[in-house]
Write a protein that binds this ligand. Structure first.
Ligand SMILES: C[S@@+](CC[C@H](N)C(=O)[O-])C[C@H]1O[C@@H](n2cnc3c(N)ncnc32)[C@H](O)[C@@H]1O
Length: 323
């Protein structure tokens, strides 16, 4: 299954992504075939064990739904057993042949906040950096994108994506388990690039922004969503160690400083379109993600602070254009 997927990815990227084609394929094969994760046999068995069903995607509601074509009767218990092998499910929600996957995140809420501000995706070639399970990639395709490529190095999420992709083999929605910084610079391949929830994980945020810039065609649109703090053009928070229990959080700028970073890299028409405190309704433990979640990482005496004493998570979405 993996060999076949890598062949298809290689084929699909031939015309669209000439400079990324080889590194995408080589890195994907390397991750998936030559340095496999210890849980991969289980994940692979879970995806392979899903029953063969004629399916179609319905992205009209909050959940990304896979629905059986008429006549097929999905075996919900069996499907649920396989999907549970791929826990924790963090980004969603999904409905796979009637099995409702309530994920840690209401990723649909993020999409609702962002979608009204972006240029139409119709006919566009889209990159979703740090795509998680691929939830937003399916939404982007449903909005009319010509091709969507999600990249994310977390292998479990790749297998979550494969659960849908195996039923939608001809959908131009692709996923490669790579990091953005591993891809060649200056591809100028994408009409729209999303980076949501990634910037604060990067030690070098300006390099990340420069990599996003270089992936865009001239005139292309960036959608950047990240954690921010209150302040002005001189404000950036670097946690001394953990932030909301996360080890890998580095820079949380104020939105004005983030706008400056984008302009310094060369973006124009930079604007902040949304700023929003993350609530414990948007990020919470569920039956499909049973570990601790946001409510455990906020100060019980003052939920406007994290357990480390920093401002509680607040996210901003910025939109900008490569001239
Ligand atoms: C907080 S999640 C965000 C998921 C999704 N974009 C969203 O907004 O709901 C961050 C994701 O970025 C991925 N990630 C971290 N560093 C990355 C990098 N350098 N390149 C691509 N993905 C990265 C992580 O594996 C993780 O799945």
């Amino acid at each position: 299954m993996i060999e076949q997927y890598c062949d298809q990815l290689h084929e699909a990227t031939a015309e669209l992504l000439p400079s990324w084609r080889v590194p995408l394929e080589v890195r994907s094969r390397d991750r998936l075939l030559f340095q496999p994760h210890g849980d991969m046999p289980r994940w692979l068995a879970a995806v392979s064990g899903l029953p063969d069903i004629d399916a179609r995607l319905n992205a009209l509601q909050d959940r990304i739904c896979l629905m059986a074509a008429e006549g097929d009767v999905p075996e919900e218990d069996a499907i649920s057993t396989h999907l549970r092998q791929l826990m924790p499910w963090r980004k969603g929600p999904f409905d796979i042949f009637g099995v409702k996957i309530d994920t840690e995140w209401r990723s649909d809420w993020k999409w609702q906040r962002i979608a009204p501000h972006i240029s139409s995706l119709a006919g566009r070639t889209v990159l979703d950096v740090g795509c998680g399970s691929g939830y937003h990639c399916w939404r982007m395709w449903a909005e009319g994108a010509r091709t969507v490529l999600g990249i994310d190095p977390t292998l479990l999420y790749f297998f979550q994506y494969l659960c849908l992709k195996r039923y939608l083999p001809s959908a131009p929605v692709w996923y490669a388990p790579v990091r953005l910084e591993e891809m060649p610079l200056d591809s100028q391949a994408f009409d729209t690039v999303f980076s949501m929830g990634v910037l604060y994980h990067r030690r070098s945020p300006l390099d990340h922004i420069a990599e996003l810039f270089s992936a865009l065609k001239p005139g292309g649109e960036l959608i950047l969503e990240t954690l921010v703090v209150e302040g002005d053009v001189t404000t950036v928070l670097m946690p001394a160690d953990r932030y909301a229990a996360m080890r890998n959080v580095f820079f949380l700028p104020a939105t004005e400083m983030l706008e400056l970073w984008l302009r310094r890299i060369g973006f124009v028409d930079v604007r902040t379109v949304d700023v929003c405190i993350t609530t414990v309704e948007e990020q919470h433990s569920t039956e499909w993600m049973t570990f601790q979640s946001l409510s455990d990482f906020l100060d019980p005496a003052d939920p406007s602070r994290t357990i480390e004493g920093y401002p509680a998570p607040c996210r901003a979405t910025l939109i900008a254009r490569r001239p």
